[in-house]
Design a protein around this ligand. Sequence first.
Ligand code: FAD
Ligand code: NAI
Length: 466
Amino acid sequence: MAYDLIVIGSGPGGYVCAIRAAQLGLKTAVVEKRPTYGGTCLNIGCIPSKALLHASECYEEAGHTFGKMGIGVSGPKLDLRAMMAFKDQGVDGNVKGVEFLLKKNKIDGFHGHARIVAPGRVEVKDADGKTQSLEAKSIVIATGSDVARLKGIEIDERRIVSSTGALSLPEVPKQLLVIGAGVIGLELGSVWRRLGAQVVVVEFLDGILPGMDAEIRRQAQRLFERQGMSFRLSSKVTAVDTTGKRLKATIEPAKGGSPEIVEADVVLVAIGRVPFTDGLGLDEIGVKRDERGRIAVDHYFATSVPGIWAIGDVIAGPMLAHKAEDEGVALAEILVGQAGHVNYDAIPNVVYTYPEIATVGKSEEELKAAGIAYNVGKFPFTANGRAKVNLTTDGFVKILADAKSDRVLGVQLICADAGNMIAEAVLAMEFGASAEDIARTCHAHPTLSEAVKEAAMAVAKRSIHM
Ligand code: FAD
Ligand code: NAI
């Protein structure tokens, strides 16, 4: 069968690229090795983790804050199997949604492992070992990423788990040891802490959430500690002894020094993700990769082999679903001769803990390092009416604007619902808005978003409610 386009991988990069390509008139096929579409994001990533974050947050609220609002509930009881079924139902609805969209757009779906045998030719091997050959003018690699592993610490997805195992634990561990204070460690650490686990997070660097604005990182750590999570910074786990009933992890100072043994029921390895290109046949056909194993592409997502393109987690850039989606749309448009483009300066980054953390653009440290003069406007949620009445006063908004032009260069939020609130800041940055533009935009009252307006006013030292 000959296509205009074959997309390998049906994650947010692949399926969105396929749909946009079909909208633009390309005869398109998608090959997916999993039984269901949607990739890491829908099956074992964004969607199931957010289902558990939502459910566990409700559980904690029922136990802790309902009473303060005059809602009497006897101690909420956890039915973990039912909570997992709730999560699986959410995943099921989403993956079926993708299947529906592929059909609606007349995209042919193939289940099996794809290998590129030559430019324009893909071989698909299904679960029974049967192979079929597909042909296309263009091939898009959207094969995503896989869990990064720690040498000597073998993930069995039972007691030593990656995010995948941590999304399906059969019972709440008494003690959960998390390796890595990045986004997975904090999100899934929060889930299991809320459900009753004692959570210790070991981080190699001297602070959590490396790469984010330092003020946000410090505030986040304080709040997570107040919730009961504990952190072992500048430390590394060098071994996990699995021989006993409980796991025994060896923790050492990052720079070396005397080891300490910490016991745990489950260890979560969350030290990052790596591009996934196994069995694609890239070396045989000469598709180049960079020093970190990511497929090397130019500004138009073209690889070193004509007719083969790549998007999403498998190329450089933040490993985020919305970044992969935007690349999918841009590439489909490029393939039909349009001017597809992704603005990498305005990609939001959200950590779905409580409070949520959401950022876009530059941090203060990045602006300092680049020698860019900036003004800062900050506004705390303790001064926001809606946050006060909702008892969600943790956190602040920080806006960084160019000292000369007032153009918004970065926005940092740490507060309830930050993930939804950051959209305003992203739009402002896409449109090249100044802090004054945000300050003079009418924001509904009473909303948490008024704090964004107040922070924008604070850039010019004229916030009203502080
Ligand atoms: P993927 O989603 O990884 O999809 C790639 C697909 O390709 C897979 O389905 C794979 O089976 C298939 N494939 C690979 N090789 C082949 C082959 N040879 N033949 C056929 N099929 C193949 N991002 C966010 O933006 N927000 C979040 O809240 C968020 N939460 C996350 C939570 C967790 C626990 C994890 C692990 C990740 C999370 N992410 C989140 C990251 C997000 O999942 C990824 O950035 C996103 O899925 C990348 O999309 P992709 O299309 O590049 O690849
Ligand atoms: P991460 O890169 O966010 O964090 C990994 C952490 O582990 C870092 O703090 C790093 O310093 C630390 N680390 C590395 N090696 C270590 C070691 N040997 N010992 C101790 N600490 C070590 O990676 P994470 O959390 O695994 O997530 C992978 C990716 O998945 C993220 O980068 C993100 O792109 C994506 N993701 C996005 C989410 C979101 O958008 N809300 C949610 C979950 C994942």
